[in-house]
Write a protein that binds this ligand. Structure first.
Ligand code: FAD
Length: 420
């Protein structure tokens, strides 16, 4: 706690077994799982829900985690856009992956979601199951050196208090509360990328356009610059462009002018969106790739984006967040029952195995090798199914050679696809 945050008078102190920072997907699912196992959980969320969040295209693997948390029915009832795959377009070429035709067992379909609504559905479901969530309560300081961590909370109504817990799960997303307070942040290995994005009235009339898939388009001259088009119901799409920050800086005009110019630069996208309207502000986010020195300590673990965030290209963020929540909840359940838990072995390393698999494919996307593989004219169905599993989020499936041994397997595949 810094001097200017130290309150003058002693603050009221509450107590809970598990304190979760943030009610996004990672926090809500971890809370529900621990509550189901009979543990007292308190979730403190800085904002009032519903609130905007970026990250709207889910992967089918995430449905298995929502099932464990007892949330699938609530999500299915919310009327989100059905999703069964991913399509890619580059210089007139088109290829797609049908997630139901994949190597790994498990769900093959999912949803594209307006996150304000989706995150509220998950948080409401956790609350319905019995979790206490307090909105507009921000964690502003943390003393983790004590046997029972003590966190300081500022509520939007002006109240300040402290909460003592046996264990803290930091699910604060880009807020990255404990990494900042405990000086755990390290730079990501990726360059500083930026995204500009908005929700459009898409006006798409092309009957060949597949609304059940996310469409990733590659800039004709810059293979490291890409667009997402994520359909929602009622003719609305999320549209965004990702590039290095210096690329956007070199474009003229405000974010809307830049987005319009970039749509115009990709002829297939320009044709598809010829009748689109941009009624909403074009927003931007940059420098989101992040890493940490450690994902856990004696009395805390970092979930989802509060730990590492790689890159949005394969829509893996929510899936990783939910995987981290299920792994952490299982380890913490055992610890709260008196077992000895090795958090590195039981949480950090298993989580990182899948994240590192995604990393292989993300790096290969930006250096062009993954694009060479997916646009290759001769696709081997068995291999495509294994790669499809990764794209569907099954990066932890060790029975898939392209997950278990991703660097070597992918390098061989890329080598083959590079040959004329
Ligand atoms: C450009 C871009 C596009 C993306 N596209 C996708 C995609 O298509 N699909 C996908 O799966 N992922 C995508 N992602 C990633 C996705 O946004 C995140 O991975 C996901 O939201 C992480 O969930 P989370 O639960 O860890 O954190 P969040 O959803 O960010 O939730 C964290 C919560 O913590 C709260 N909080 C923060 N600080 C405090 C505090 N001090 N006290 C209390 N509460 C606090 C916040 O208010 C927030 O509600 C994208 C990311 C970017 C940058």
């Amino acid at each position: 706690m810094t001097a200017d945050q130290t309150p003058a008078a002693p603050l009221p102190v509450e107590s809970t077994r598990v304190l979760i920072i943030g009610a996004g997907p990672a926090g809500a699912v971890a809370a529900a799982l621990l509550n189901q196992r009979g543990h007292q959980v308190l979730v403190l969320e800085r904002q009032q829900f519903p609130r905007f969040s970026i990250g709207e295209s889910l992967l089918p693997q995430s449905m298995a985690f929502l099932e464990q948390a007892g949330m699938v029915e609530a999500v299915a009832a919310a009327g989100f856009q059905y999703k069964d795959g991913a399509a890619f377009r580059r210089n007139g070429q088109y290829t797609d992956f049908d997630f139901t035709d994949k190597f790994s067992a498990g769900p093959g379909t999912t949803y594209q979601v307006q996150r304000a609504r989706f995150d509220q559905v998950l948080a409401d479901e956790a609350a319905r199951q019995g979790v206490e969530i307090r909105y507009q309560h921000s964690i502003i300081a943390a003393d983790m050196a004590r046997p029972r961590p003590l966190l300081t909370v500022a509520a939007d109504d002006g109240r300040c208090y402290q909460v003592e817990a046996e264990f803290v799960l930091d699910a604060s997303g880009f807020g990255r509360v404990l990494p900042r307070l405990l000086d755990l942040e390290t730079p990501s290995g990726f360059p500083t990328r930026q995204s500009i994005f908005t929700h459009i009235e898409d006006g798409i009339s092309d009957p060949a356009y597949d609304r059940n898939k996310i469409l990733i388009s590659v800039h004709p001259e810059r293979p490291d610059v890409w667009y997402w088009l994520i359909p929602f119901p009622n003719g609305i799409c999320s549209l965004g462009v990702v590039a290095e920050a210096s690329f956007f800086a070199a474009l003229d005009g405000d974010n809307e002018a830049k987005l319009r110019a970039l749509i115009g630069a990709e002829p297939d996208l320009a044709r598809l969106l010829a009748n689109a309207r941009l009624p909403n502000p074009v927003n931007t986010i940059h420098g989101y790739a992040a890493n940490v020195k450690t994902l856990c300590g004696d009395n805390f673990a970092l979930l989802g984006n509060a730990g590492e965030f790689l890159d949005p290209v394969f829509s893996s963020g929510v899936t990783i967040a939910l995987k981290s929540a299920t792994l952490a909840a299982a380890a913490l359940d055992r610890q709260l029952r008196g077992e000895v838990v090795d958090w590195q072995a039981d949480y950090a390393r298993p989580l990182k195995r899948g994240v590192d698999t995604f990393r292989v494919y993300v790096e290969a996307w930006y250096d062009g090798r993954f694009q060479q593989v997916i646009f290759h004219p001769e696709q081997q169905p068995a291999i495509k199914r294994m790669v499809c599993s990764i794209l569907a989020g099954y990066a932890w499936d060790e029975s898939n050679p392209y997950a278990a041994d991703a660097p070597r397997r992918f390098a061989v595949l890329a080598e083959l696809c590079a040959q004329p």
